[in-house]
Design a binder for this molecule. Structure first.
Ligand code: NAD
Length: 284
């Protein structure tokens, strides 16, 4: 396929590289002038989007997504698919779908889970929103860049799934950190708590796969001085998106709201650039 790729940052660059490796013809654009081996550089976003079978965006936020879509939808080829993999607010995702539909383009919102490691290894999970036809066109590309793609529903459903998942993750990580910090004060060893919880009703991904205590459970950022991993400021971004979405539909998310406050304080204090599991040190 001929693919345009806009936003070649930490995530976009390795994703584009994997499409090249799979034999696709990729043209890329990034405002920062980033280039990727095997990706033909374009001089602008519309140039990257023109005449392609698929156009992928991987951008920092919803405002930038809207401005880029405003520039590129005119360049799109009718019937081609526009795939946005950025994590953005649900309203911006739906606005992007509308801009694409107005020009006869198919579109998918498809945020990812798996981080930079997953982007490089081609093992991302895609959560997609859009029509079945659009998902069908995008899916072969998801199979190259990732290991799993779930078609979650109509426009915006991918972003909805992403923020619900990450709100739950933020809450469960704080709960995990609280439990291990309490155990320490009670004189209970972290290893023993792990042995119990990881096979008990408190088990969850934050305990079993990503334990915030060094030397306990599978290898995690805790074993690497809390280098991300998943940086605290990215968790904060996703928690804020969850709260924006919750207020837009009057959903009650008191734990999500509290997790947002705690990560906000952590990031604004000394958490920026550290893994989100370093929250345990703050609680201690
Ligand atoms: P990044 O900041 O490294 O990359 C974004 C890129 O977009 C930058 O290179 C920037 O120059 C470019 N850009 C900005 N405005 C542009 C424009 N108008 N036109 C063209 N390019 C433009 O960010 P990232 O870590 O690659 O993340 C990208 C998206 O993926 C974000 O929405 C993020 O929330 C999401 N995400 C990131 C991770 C992660 O671990 N990094 C994990 C899951 C999801």
């Amino acid at each position: 396929m001929k693919i345009g790729f806009i936003g070649l940052g930490n995530m976009g660059a390795p994703m584009a590289a994997n499409l090249v490796k799979a034999g696709h013809e990729v043209t890329g654009f990034d405002v920062a002038g980033v280039t990727v081996d095997g990706v033909t550089p374009a001089g602008s976003a519309p140039e990257a989007a023109g005449g392609q079978d698929a156009v992928i965006t991987m951008l920092p936020n919803g405002a930038i997504l809207r401005s880029v879509y405003a520039e590129i939808v005119d360049a799109g080829t009718a019937g081609s698919v526009f795939i946005d993999c950025s994590t953005v607010d649900v309203e911006s995702a739906r606005a992007a779908h509308e801009m694409a539909a107005a020009k006869g383009l198919l579109s998918v919102d498809a945020p990812v889970s798996g981080g930079v490691g997953g982007a490089s290894a081609g093992t991302l999970t895609f959560m997609a929103g859009g029509s079945a036809e659009a998902f069908g066109l995008a899916n072969p590309l998801f199979e190259i860049m990732g290991k799993k793609a779930v078609h979650c529903g109509d426009a915006g459903a991918g972003q909805s799934a992403k923020i619900c998942n990450n709100m739950l993750l933020g809450i469960s990580m704080i709960g995990t950190c609280e439990a291990f910090a309490l155990a320490e004060k009670l004189g209970l060893s972290a290893q023993k708590l792990f042995d119990v919880v990881s096979t008990s009703s408190g088990s969850c991904w934050s305990v079993n796969a990503y334990c915030p205590v060094p030397g306990v459970g599978p290898q995690s950022p805790a074993d690497n001085d809390y280098k991300p991993g998943f940086a605290a400021e990215l968790m904060l971004k996703d928690l804020k998106l969850s709260q924006q979405a919750a207020s837009s539909v009057s959903a009650q998310t008191p734990m999500g709201a509290h997790a947002t406050e705690l990560y906000d304080a952590f990031v604004n204090d000394d958490g920026k650039g550290r893994d989100f599991s370093a929250m345990i040190e703050r609680l201690k």
